[in-house]
Design a protein around this ligand. Structure first.
Ligand SMILES: Cc1cc2nc3c(=O)[nH]c(=O)nc-3n(C[C@H](O)[C@H](O)[C@H](O)COP(=O)(O)O)c2cc1C
Length: 365
C-alpha cells in the first residue's frame, strides 16, 4: 500500500507539483468543446495548472491557442487531446440512416421552432496533426484521454522535455499508461463531469468511484497520480491526497467560473437545483458521459433506437443543442457536469483555488 505518508507537511510540494513545475498541485481540467485561453491562463497564473481542451481544434487553431497562452502566462499550462476521437463504426453509417434520425427528431425541431437540417456531418480532427501542432508550438505539458498515445510521440515529448499525462478509469489502464512511459496519471472517478474515457474495457464496465479508484491506482503504479471526479472544494482535495493522490484535477468547479468556455445559461444550470441531478448517458454523443438530467436527456433515453457512433451522434444532437443554447433553453442543452456541482460555491477561479489551498493548509498543518 502506498499512502501519502509525508503529506502532512508537504501537500503542496508533491512529485506531481515538481514534475509539472507548479506551486499548488491543483489542475483545472481540460474542457473539450469549451476551450478558454483566459481561464487556462488564469489558473496557471494562480499557481495551479490550467489546461485547454483541444479535441475540436485543428492544427493551426492549436498553434494560435498555444501562442495566445504564451502571451497570457509565463507559467506552465497543458493542452489536452483525445487519442481516439472517432469510433470505427462511424464509417458504416450511411446517409439514409442519418436522414431517418433527423426525421425521428421532427417533433423536437418543431418545439424549438427551427428547421430540421438536411443532413449531419461529423467533423473529426486528425490526432496526428493535432499532436504535431501541440509539440511544434512549444507546449509545456500534454495530457491525453481515450487511450495510449503512439510511443514515438511519447519519445518525442521526452526529447522536447514536454511532460505527459494519461487518463485512467481503472487500475489496468493506469498500468498500461505507466508501461507506455507517461509521466503522470489522472485517475478519473465516475463522479466526474463529461466523458468517461475508458479504453481497455467498455466505459459501462469501468464505472468506479474515486474513493475506490484513487487508492487502487496509487497502489498499481509508481508514477504520481492526479485524482479527478467530484472534487469541487478543499475537502475533496484533502480526501484525494490522503488516499495517495499527489494532485487533483478539478472540472465542474472551474467550468462554473467567469471566463470559462460555458455560456451564462450553462453556468446558471450548473448552479441551480438541476445541478444536483446528473446521469451517465451515451445518448448525447454516442459515448458515455455525465451531464445534468434534463428534458433532452429524458426524451433521448425513451428512444429504443441506439445512438449513432461517436462523434456522429454528437453532431446530430448539436443540431438541437446549438439552437437551444442560442435560445437559452437549458432543458434542451447538453450540460456536462460532475456529481459535486452542488458543492461549487464560487464563480471566480481565484476563490476556488484560495478555498482549496486554505482548507488543505489548515488540515495538513
Ligand atoms: C464540459 C466538460 C468537458 C470535458 N472535456 C474533457 C476533455 O476534452 N478532455 C479530458 O481529459 N477531460 C475532459 N473532461 C473531464 C475533466 O477532465 C475532469 O476529469 C472532470 O471534469 C472531473 O470531474 P468534476 O467535473 O467532477 O470535477 C471534461 C469535463 C467537462 C465537465
Amino acid at each position: 500500500m502506498r499512502a501519502n505518508g509525508n503529506v502532512k507537511n508537504s501537500w503542496r510540494d508533491t512529485r506531481a507539483a515538481q514534475l509539472l513545475g507548479i506551486k499548488f498541485p491543483i489542475l483545472q481540467a481540460p474542457f473539450g468543446g469549451f476551450p478558454s485561453q483566459p481561464l487556462t491562463a488564469t489558473v496557471s497564473n494562480l499557481g495551479g495548472l490550467g489546461s485547454l481542451g483541444a479535441v475540436m481544434l485543428g492544427g493551426s487553431a492549436i498553434q494560435e491557442a498555444v501562442g495566445e497562452l504564451h502571451t497570457l502566462t509565463d507559467a506552465p499550462f497543458a493542452i489536452n487531446l483525445w487519442v481516439s476521437n472517432s469510433d470505427l463504426a462511424t464509417t458504416q453509417i450511411n446517409a439514409e440512416t442519418i436522414e431517418q434520425r433527423i426525421r425521428a427528431f421532427a417533433q423536437y425541431y418543431a418545439e424549438l421552432g427551427i428547421e430540421p437540417p438536411l443532413t449531419v456531418e461529423a467533423k473529426v480532427q486528425k490526432f496526428e496533426t493535432q499532436v504535431r501542432a501541440v509539440i511544434d508550438a512549444r507546449t509545456p505539458i500534454l495530457s491525453f484521454i481515450y487511450g495510449i498515445p503512439p510511443l514515438e510521440i511519447l519519445e518525442e515529448c521526452r526529447k522536447q522535455e514536454i511532460k505527459t499525462i494519461g487518463t485512467a478509469t481503472t487500475s489496468e489502464e493506469a498500468i498500461a499508461l505507466e508501461q507506455a512511459g507517461l509521466d503522470l496519471i489522472v485517475a478519473s472517478g465516475f463522479e466526474g463531469g463529461g466523458h468517461r474515457a475508458s479504453f481497455l474495457r467498455p466505459a459501462a464496465e469501468s464505472l468506479m468511484g474515486g474513493l475506490s479508484l484513487i487508492p487502487q491506482v496509487v497502489d498499481a503504479v509508481q508514477i504520481p497520480v492526479i485524482a479527478a471526479g467530484g472534487i469541487s472544494d478543499g475537502r475533496g482535495l484533502v480526501a484525494a491526497m490522503v488516499l495517495g493522490a499527489e494532485a487533483v484535477q478539478v472540472g465542474t468547479a472551474f467550468l462554473i467560473c467567469a471566463g470559462s468556455g460555458a455560456n451564462k445559461t450553462y453556468r446558471a444550470a450548473l448552479q441551480s437545483e438541476a445541478g444536483r441531478h446528473t446521469q451517465l448517458t451515451d445518448a448525447f454523443t454516442g459515448r458515455l458521459s455525465r451531464g445534468i438530467q434534463n428534458s433532452l436527456m429524458d426524451r433521448l433515453g425513451e428512444s429504443s433506437t441506439p445512438p449513432l457512433p461517436f462523434p456522429l451522434q454528437h453532431a446530430l444532437i448539436q443540431t438541437l443543442t446549438g439552437p437551444a443554447s442560442a435560445q437559452a433553453k437549458a432543458d434542451w442543452m447538453t450540460i456536462w457536469a460532475g456529481q459535486s456541482a452542488a458543492l461549487c460555491q464560487y464563480s471566480e477561479a481565484g476563490k476556488v483555488m484560495a478555498e482549496m489551498i486554505a482548507t488543505a493548509d489548515s488540515f495538513f498543518s
